[in-house]
Write a protein that binds this ligand. Structure first.
Ligand SMILES: Cc1cc2nc3c(=O)[nH]c(=O)nc-3n(C[C@H](O)[C@H](O)[C@H](O)COP(=O)(O)O)c2cc1C
Length: 205
């Protein structure tokens, strides 16, 4: 099968496969605090890390949703790790609540204080990254017009890691069962890992 993007045969592929192909995507569970104190929490699967020294992550909002709006005005956000055991509260925080309604309360989650940013983190999450916004990109299409999406990029200035997930000096990813978004309504959770050494001289990345 081949098609140019605007010409998908909707009789054969009624559902856009894009998000099922760019998958699995890690979920940035983004908490923010507006300057007036309103708290927000929502999942973003257009999320990833983009470099490691310094560590930098970003999430893309399809439109100026609250997370991007609050991150822009405060210059801060927190990326919490969404896990298999937290899938229901994670999903609950994606509900379209009125602006400023606290998704922590809505989903039965606990706010824990951060140290370097004013936004709270998700106490139940095994890991949270405190981030300071370094760049906001209004993503353009090839014609130069705004796509409607906003990529908020932040430098990770502090880490919170639940000690229960530190094993032999490493973060226990398989034990935390991070959740990832696939296409449609599908998710994946990390259940096991395998190691593969880089070719000689290839470095760490
Ligand atoms: C697993 C998951 C991943 C999501 N990823 C995105 C995303 O990458 N970009 C986006 O704009 N919305 C995404 N959404 C939808 C937002 O979470 C939803 O619109 C939410 O209400 C936005 O909240 P906010 O306005 O409080 O930021 C996702 C929802 C779920 C359940």
């Amino acid at each position: 099968m081949f098609y140019e993007t605007p010409h998908r045969d909707k009789t054969r592929l009624p559902h856009d496969p894009f998000k099922a192909i760019v998958a699995p995507r890690p979920i940035g569970w983004i908490s923010t605090r507006a300057l007036d104190g309103r708290i927000n929490l929502a999942p973003y699967s257009f999320f990833n890390g983009f470099c490691s020294a310094p560590p930098i992550v970003g999430f893309s909002s399809e439109g100026w949703k609250d997370s991007a709006t609050f991150a822009r005005e405060s210059g801060e956000f927190v990326a919490n790790l969404a896990t298999r055991d937290l899938r229901d509260p994670m999903n609950a925080t994606s509900a379209p609540l009125p602006r400023g309604a606290n998704e922590f309360d809505h989903a039965g989650l606990t706010m824990a204080e951060c140290r370097l940013v004013a936004a709270p983190r998700v106490a139940e999450s095994p890991a949270s990254l405190e981030c300071k916004v370094v760049e906001i990109v209004e993503i353009r299409t090839r014609s130069g017009s705004w796509s409607g999406s906003v990529l908020t990029i932040g430098e990770v200035v502090a880490f919170h890691i639940d000690e229960a997930y530190v094993r032999e000096g490493r973060f226990d990813t398989a034990g935390a069962h991070p959740l990832a978004r696939c296409g449609y309504q599908d998710y994946a959770a990390v259940e096991s890992l395998f190691a593969l050494a880089r070719p000689k001289g290839g470095g760490d990345i």
